[in-house]
Design a protein around this ligand. Sequence first.
Ligand code: ZN
Length: 293
Amino acid sequence: MANDGLNLDALKKKYESVSKSLNNKVSDINWYNPTVDVNNVIRILPPWKNGASFYKETYYHYNVGERSFACPAKMEGKPCPICEFVEKLKRSSDPDDQELASSLWPKARFFYNVIDRNDESAGVKVYGSGIMVFKEILSYMIDPDWGPQLVDPKIGYDIKIEKTGKNIDTRYKVKARKEPSAISNSAWLDQLYDLDSIAKIESYDALAAALEGKDIVESKSSNDKVKTPSSEVATSSVKKDEDEFSSKASSESEPKRTPVKEEKKEDPVPTKSSHAENSEAIIAKLKKLRGNK
Ligand SMILES: [Zn+2]
């Protein structure tokens, strides 16, 4: 029988969409990270779907134990136990509480589909930047010398990202090329990551448990396997580019921000002990708040 009820074209389409969704698993994300003192050249790719922009804005709570969590309040307007905790801390006159509030404050992170011009064979990568780099990228897009076609695959412009310094002195400079260029492989446009799926939002209860350190115990004892994809993406993006985040802590002041302890240390990436210190401080504070009620 020639036709057994299966439409080959439909199956092909399905196969492609399934393959694409599999490619989009956050654990499979090919991350891009600029290197210090290297000529980092990237091309930001256009929106991954109709109605999307070329970037995805997310907000993360860093330093919750050993993990980072997308903030449901900032991203979806839903209650967030971590934000509620931060609000309580901010009302305290204790400098330690202010410091803890600063470290837990939700911080913006922007994701882009990019081509690493120094590693084109790797195909599409995802770059996560802080707000300063994002602002610089936007400044080129509103500059008539470049404009929104900055991210056009044919007549757009490559971008140089200069990363200098170490730890809290890490600085980024974004420079768009003067001459437009085309991307080398148009097939990349079919391989863009769905940036909407990058920041998975955990339930209120899961976040509350994480805040109380319950999650920390679990992830310590049973390794990374129990972690959800969202933790993987958050952790990987944080770890790989945390120096930027740390530099932000000093250069991008937020209301009532006070210097964070870690900034004075040589290593900007919070160490196990500083994670533990933070978790202990959070748990101690939570207990105190309950006792005060
Ligand atoms: Zn929050």
